[in-house]
Design a binder for this molecule. Structure first.
Ligand code: ADP
Ligand code: ZN
Length: 515
C-alpha cells in the first residue's frame, strides 16, 4: 500500500518538488487505486507527473502512448537523469534496439515505456507476459475526430481496455472542448473514468486582439517596448515566418524563422537558442513549441488568426509559464478568415473545422470580456470580467449608428451587392481610385456620402455590420457584401442600430508597456 508520505517522498526524490500543483495529488491517488482517469489540464499545468509518479510506485511497467516521436528521446533522457528507468519504443528504432526493449520488459527493468501509437501492436503479445501497471494516453484528444489534431493510429487504443480490463487507463490532454472530452471516454472505453479538469485560467496572460492592418508596423512598435524579452510570433505560412523574421532582423531585432521546412539541424539550433536566450524572437508556424519547456516567454503574437480556439489557447499558453505577467496579441483580418475557410472546406472534416473557426472568429470579434469567452469554450465560467483583456480595459462605447449603417447598406445595394468591403468603402468616401473610375462608380448615388469618416473607421463599422448580421460576405463571389433580411429592416423599417466606436489602438503609439 502506498501512503501519503511515500508519495511526497517520491515527488521530492525523483522530481525535486515539495508540493503538488492543483489536482496532481488527487489524480495520483486515483491512479494508485487502480481507477481510470481523464485529466484535462492546460499546457504547462504538470500532467506528466500524474502518470510518472504512479509509474514509479506501482508494480510493473507504465506504458505511455505519445504521438510525438520527436520528443520521446528528450522525455526519456529527462527521466533517466532523474533516476527513473524509462525507455521509448517507436519506428525510428532498429530491430535490435526493439529486441533490447522486449528483453528489458520481460526482465522487469523498465518503469516507463513511451510508445508511438503505431508501434503499440508490436508490443501487445509481451503485455500478456508482463505486468503493465498503467496505460497513460498522452495528448488524448488525438483519438477524437472532434479534436483539432486527429491521429488515426490513436483509434486502436480503444482495444486496450477490452484486452487488459484490470489495468487502469489515464488519458491526458490540454486541449479538449466538451464534445472531445466525451468522445475520448467513449473511444478509450473508459466511460466511468474520473474526470479532473484543472482551471484553464491563466490570469497572468493579458489578452488583446487588434485589427490586422499594418501588422508589421504594429509588431515593431510592440516589440520595441520589450527589449530583450523572449517572444513568439505565430504565422499561418512558412513564407510569412521568413518574411517577418527578415524584416525584424533588418529592423535590428534578434529574430529567427522556424518551420517544418527547415533542416533538422537548423530547427534544433533555433530551438536551443530560444531556450538559452540567445535567440529572443522566433517567427514560427505552429510546428514550434510542442514540448518546449521555457518558462520566461514574455509575449506571444498571432500574426494570423488561428484555426480554432484549442490551438490558439495552446499557443498563447507558451507565454508566462513562470506565472509572471505576459502579453498576448492576436491580429484579426478578414483575409485570414477567408483563407481558413478555404482550408476548412478542403479538409476531411469540413463541418467541424468550420464550426471551430466560427468560434475563433467570435472570440476575435468579441465585445465582452475575452477571457470569459475563452474559458467558456473549455466549459469554465468566470463570475466576473477579467480586467486583463483589451475589452475589459477599454470597454466598447456604443452609439446610435442608424444613419451611418443606412448609408453603408444603401451603398451596398447601389453597387448591386457585387463589391467587397474595399470598393464599398471607396465609394462611400468618394475615392477616385482606378477601380472606382473603371466601374464608373462616381455616378452612383451614394458616392461620397461617407467622406467624413476615415477608411479605417468605415472598415471597423462594416465589420460590425457583418457580425451583427446586417451584411454577409459571399465567400464564393470574391467576398462581395450582400444585404440580409435584417438589413432591409434598417433600410426600410427605421430599425435602430448601435455600433461601437473604433479605439485608437491601431496607431499603437499608446503602447505603454513596462514589463
Ligand atoms: P504539461 O505536460 O501539462 O504541459 P509538464 O508535465 O511538462 O506539463 O509540466 C510543466 C512544468 O511544470 C515542468 O517544468 C514540470 O517540471 C513543472 N512541474 C510539474 N509539477 C510540478 C510541481 N508539483 N511543482 C513544481 N513544478 C512542477
Ligand atoms: Zn476581460
Amino acid at each position: 500500500m502506498t501512503n501519503e508520505a511515500t508519495v511526497y517522498k517520491s515527488l521530492k526524490d525523483f522530481f525535486g518538488y515539495d508540493t503538488f500543483r492543483p489536482l496532481q495529488k488527487e489524480i495520483i491517488n486515483t491512479v494508485l487505486k487502480g481507477e481510470d482517469c481523464l485529466v484535462i489540464m492546460p499546457t504547462g499545468g504538470g500532467k506528466s507527473i500524474c502518470y510518472q509518479l504512479p509509474a514509479i510506485l506501482m508494480d510493473g511497467v507504465t506504458i505511455v502512448i505519445s504521438p510525438l516521436i520527436a520528443l520521446m528521446k528528450d522525455q526519456v533522457d529527462g527521466l533517466n537523469i532523474n533516476g527513473i528507468s524509462a525507455r521509448y519504443f517507436n519506428s525510428s528504432q532498429t530491430p535490435e534496439e526493439q529486441h533490447d526493449i522486449y528483453a528489458q520488459l520481460e526482465t522487469n527493468k523498465i518503469k516507463l515505456l513511451y510508445v508511438a501509437p503505431e508501434s503499440l501492436s508490436l508490443l501487445e503479445n509481451i503485455f500478456n507476459k508482463i505486468k503493465v501497471s498503467l496505460f497513460a494516453v498522452d495528448e488524448a484528444h488525438c483519438i477524437s475526430a472532434w479534436g483539432h489534431d486527429f491521429r488515426p493510429a490513436y483509434t486502436q487504443l480503444g482495444h486496450l481496455k477490452n484486452r487488459f480490463s484490470s489495468t487502469p487507463v489515464i488519458a491526458l490532454t490540454a486541449t479538449a472542448d466538451k464534445a472531445t472530452r466525451e468522445d475520448i471516454l467513449e473511444q478509450l472505453n473508459i466511460p466511468k473514468a474520473k474526470k479532473f479538469v484543472a482551471s484553464f485560467d491563466r490570469k497572468n496572460l493579458s489578452l488583446e486582439v487588434r485589427p490586422g492592418n499594418k501588422r508589421m508596423e504594429q509588431i515593431v512598435n510592440f516589440i520595441k517596448t520589450k527589449p530583450n524579452q523572449s517572444g513568439i510570433i505565430y504565422c499561418l505560412s512558412r513564407k510569412t515566418t521568413e518574411t517577418i523574421a527578415n524584416k525584424l532582423q533588418k529592423a535590428g531585432f534578434n529574430a529567427e524563422a522556424y518551420h517544418a521546412g527547415l533542416q533538422h539541424a537548423q530547427r534544433s539550433k533555433i530551438q536551443e537558442g530560444f531556450i538559452n536566450d540567445t535567440v529572443a524572437i522566433v517567427c514560427a508556424t505552429i510546428a514550434f513549441g510542442m514540448g518546449i519547456d521555457k518558462s520566461n516567454v514574455r509575449w506571444v503574437i498571432h500574426y494570423n488568426l488561428p484555426k480554432n480556439i484549442e490551438g490558439y489557447y495552446q499557443e498563447i499558453g507558451r507565454a508566462g509559464r513562470d506565472g509572471l505577467p505576459s502579453k498576448t496579441l492576436l491580429f484579426h483580418s478578414y483575409a485570414d478568415v477567408v483563407q481558413l475557410q478555404n482550408f476548412a472546406n478542403t479538409s476531411g472534416n469540413q463541418e467541424v473545422q468550420l464550426a471551430k473557426l466560427e468560434r475563433m472568429k467570435q472570440y476575435a470579434d468579441a465585445l465582452s470580456c475575452r477571457r470569459k469567452i475563452l474559458l467558456s469554450y473549455f466549459g469554465e465560467f468566470l463570475e466576473e470580467d477579467c480586467g486583463n483583456c483589451d475589452v475589459c480595459k477599454n470597454p466598447p462605447q456604443f452609439f446610435d449608428a442608424t444613419i451611418l449603417t443606412q448609408k453603408a447598406l444603401s451603398c451596398v445595394a447601389r453597387l448591386k451587392e457585387l463589391e467587397s468591403i474595399g470598393p464599398v468603402i471607396d465609394v462611400l468616401r468618394g475615392s477616385h481610385n482606378q477601380h472606382v473610375l473603371e466601374k464608373d462608380y462616381q455616378h452612383v448615388k451614394t458616392y461620397g456620402i461617407g467622406n467624413n469618416i476615415s477608411w479605417r473607421d468605415w472598415q471597423h463599422y462594416i465589420v460590425q455590420m457583418v457580425n451583427l448580421g446586417y451584411l454577409e460576405i459571399a465567400f464564393h463571389e470574391h467576398n462581395a457584401l450582400k444585404l440580409t433580411p435584417s438589413a432591409k429592416k434598417v433600410l426600410f423599417e427605421a430599425q435602430k442600430v448601435a455600433l461601437t466606436k473604433p479605439t485608437d489602438k491601431i496607431t499603437a503609439s499608446n503602447e505603454t508597456s513596462t514589463n
